[in-house]
Design a protein around this ligand. Structure first.
Ligand SMILES: C[S@@+](CC[C@H](N)C(=O)[O-])C[C@H]1O[C@@H](n2cnc3c(N)ncnc32)[C@H](O)[C@@H]1O
Length: 249
């Protein structure tokens, strides 16, 4: 019985890895709302005119990476999954002019915030996908990403919802395929139980090596990891945050 379950688990994982972007999967939805307030006229213009210019085109062949598009040829490609209001994404774009930042976020209000900054500050090294990051992970070529960030993904604290948590074995397998050997994956959370289940998933996925040497390494945020909006809220509400860095073997 157990053997059958394990075989089925492996089969499901292989199937999920080989699906095409946009193809319906049985993956559970890992995010909450897609829309908040009604867009103002300026925001509607940003969505109509700017988003198509900076959107990752998942209908293009997967080898056509944003790094080669009008933002100029960048040496590195960074990926942020679930950027929320985009503060960290924009900070990384501004501090890494040699990198193209790809951000994935299904929540329209967050995408609008980033479009607004891109437009006002004339940032040309950000590309966006307004949708599920797992579609981008399936579209990206193997070993194409230099650094990935999953910062404070939705905590789904209720026991019956925990299966919706984004950081699980399936997502790690998708990430392991697209990260370059030696690339870094950063994960932050303010939920102890999420930290624990994520570490277990990393332990099972042998292609990642945890970079922590002492507890200080996961208790403190590195200097080039600015505080996110969600993390600031967690701190205000007295929750401890955990900062994990892994290297793709
Ligand atoms: C709790 S918020 C944190 C936002 C931001 N990283 C921060 O720390 O302020 C988690 C975000 O992840 C997004 N998200 C959840 N599942 C996602 C997925 N499959 N692909 C992309 N983004 C996702 C949600 O829409 C939400 O904005």
């Amino acid at each position: 019985m157990l053997k059958t379950a394990a075989a089925c688990g492996r089969f499901c994982m292989l199937r999920l890895l080989n699906m095409k972007p946009g193809e319906p999967t049985n993956e559970l939805r890992s995010y909450g709302r897609r829309k908040g307030r009604k867009a103002t006229p300026r925001q509607a213009t940003l969505l109509r005119d700017l988003l198509p210019r900076v959107a990752v085109d998942l209908t293009a062949p997967s080898g056509r990476l944003p790094a080669g598009e009008s933002g100029g040829a960048r040496k590195k490609l960074f990926l942020e999954i679930g950027f929320g209001g985009g503060e960290h994404l924009v900070w990384q774009a501004e501090h890494n002019p040699d990198a193209m930042l790809m951000g994935c976020e299904p929540f329209e209000d967050g995408v609008i915030k980033v479009l607004d900054v891109i437009d006002r500050a004339r940032i040309d090294n950000v590309r966006l996908h307004m949708g599920d990051a797992r579609d981008v992970l399936r579209w990206l070529p193997e070993a194409s990403i230099d650094r990935a960030f999953i910062l404070f993904p939705d905590p789904w604290p209720k026991r019956k919802h925990q299966k919706r948590r984004l950081l699980n074995g399936g997502t790690l397998a998708l990430l392991a395929r697209v990260l370059k050997p030696g690339a870094e994956l950063r994960f932050g959370t303010d939920i102890g139980d999420y930290a624990r289940s994520a570490l277990e998933a990393f332990q099972r996925e042998k292609r990642f090596q945890w970079l922590a040497e002492t507890p200080a390494d996961w208790r403190a945020r590195p200097a080039d990891w600015p505080e996110t909006r969600y993390e600031a809220k967690a701190h205000r509400e007295g929750r401890r945050c955990y900062y994990f860095r892994f290297r793709r073997a």
